[in-house]
Design a protein. Structure first.
Length: 175
């Protein structure tokens, strides 16, 4: 693409106006009959005030470190990128679904169990029956937060579970 970049342009402004395709790490700039410039995207500000042709792509290096030489520049075509599906076509997934008990997060439930006076062993069994694995240290800390009302303001309140819900959780472990 042919470009004209103002002399006071920043790297951010250049990248916003000439969006590189996904996966591009370098650019190749050619002006007239001069030798092309190939550099990383973070150095694109050096093109301020230039008029010429700009391509985005990936490079392959020969050697390592600061003495590495560019072996090959593979241009990326913006139209060859995979088209993202529309918002309606994306699968609806609730990634945090597995970490909830009665609609509350595992940490909030652990605080509620601590408030109810449940010890670590029983709380661990309750969590495992619901498919939640929490490290012993984390579960112990959350149970302790539930026992002490002074920590609720800073660390979050326990889940508002009823006595029946806590009794149901305890019975599920027994069965």
């Amino acid at each position: 693409m042919n470009i004209t970049i103002p002399a006071n342009a920043t790297a951010k402004a250049i990248l916003e106006s000439h969006k590189p395709p996904r996966g591009a790490t370098h650019f190749r700039y050619t002006e007239g009959r001069r030798k092309p410039i190939i550099d990383s995207l973070k150095n694109i500000a050096c093109l301020a005030g230039c008029t010429g042709s700009l391509e985005f792509g990936k490079v392959t290096f020969e050697g390592r470190g600061r003495h590495a030489k560019i072996k090959e520049f593979a241009p990326l075509n913006p139209s060859s990128d995979a088209v993202e599906p529309a918002a309606d076509d994306k699968p609806k997934t609730d990634r945090s679904r597995k970490n909830k008990i009665h609609g509350f997060s595992a940490c909030a439930v652990a605080k509620a169990l601590g408030k109810a006076g449940i010890k670590w062993e029983e709380a661990n069994r309750i969590f495992r029956t619901h498919g939640i694995e929490m490290p012993k240290a984390s579960l112990s800390v959350q149970l302790g937060f539930g026992r002490c009302e002074a920590t609720w303001a800073k660390r979050g309140e326990p889940a508002p579970l009823t006595e029946e819900q806590i009794a149901d959780l305890r019975e599920e472990v027994v069965q």
